[in-house]
Design a protein around this ligand. Sequence first.
Ligand SMILES: Nc1ncnc2c1ncn2[C@@H]1O[C@H](COP(=O)(O)OP(=O)(O)O)[C@@H](O)[C@H]1O
Ligand SMILES: Nc1ccn([C@@H]2O[C@H](COP(=O)(O)OP(=O)(O)O)[C@@H](O)[C@H]2O)c(=O)n1
Ligand SMILES: [Mg+2]
Length: 209
Amino acid sequence: MGTVVETPVKEADATVTVKKPTVVFVLGGPGSGKGTQCANIVEHFGYTHLSAGDLLRAEIKSGSENGTMIQNMIKEGKIVPSEVTIKLLQKAMEESGNDKFLIDGFPRNEENRAAFEAVTKIEPEFVLFFDCSEEEMERRILNRNQGREDDNVETIRKRFKVFLESSLPVVQYYEAKGKVRKIDAAKPVAEVFDAVKAVFTPKDEKAAA
Ligand SMILES: Nc1ncnc2c1ncn2[C@@H]1O[C@H](COP(=O)(O)OP(=O)(O)O)[C@@H](O)[C@H]1O
Ligand SMILES: Nc1ccn([C@@H]2O[C@H](COP(=O)(O)OP(=O)(O)O)[C@@H](O)[C@H]2O)c(=O)n1
Ligand SMILES: [Mg+2]
């Protein structure tokens, strides 16, 4: 008869408490200044900036099998299926070594939002929303000069339509949860950043200042 050796199973070890990363979604129309302000936030507040658009453009450049599909969708101002974008975001989060992220330009529609929540189980800390008129956004995009295939009048019009029809409802979803921090993004860069800083500065520090 063999001896039964009991190995104690430590429940606490099995359910390792993995701390969920802090995520801030940075939303706003095309050209509202998301990328510009994210660069400032990174410098001051130690976040890692992940632009969904930049990740998708890098994926095209890498020659991935999804590249052509992504390129066609971006040219048409359409939103790439969540599956693709979320994989890129997750990979970038893992590779960063950080635990605080600005996710810029995502979620851009209800499908993006629901899929990210279902896959990662992460709820954003808050949503930074850059509010700007179409006129001003169009002016900025046409002066952006980054050689983007979607920065032309025809595609810009399509992107604005997608923004109004698909992206704004996501902002409204978070508004109903009290998570939206709305910024007047039509002002000069430094003034917009002053408003952004106020959102990221903890309340007790503000009181001490
Ligand atoms: N507050 C601002 N005032 C004027 N131009 C701006 C402002 N913020 C950004 N820009 C410029 O507008 C263009 C779009 O900004 P960007 O940060 O790329 O916006 P988004 O990522 O929302 O599309 C860039 O050329 C940028 O330099
Ligand atoms: N969540 C996202 C973000 C961007 N994109 C695609 O990438 C394009 C450019 O996104 P972007 O965030 O770089 O654009 P800007 O708002 O910075 O001008 C979008 O118009 C979409 O075609 C997407 O499909 N899904
Ligand atoms: Mg951008």
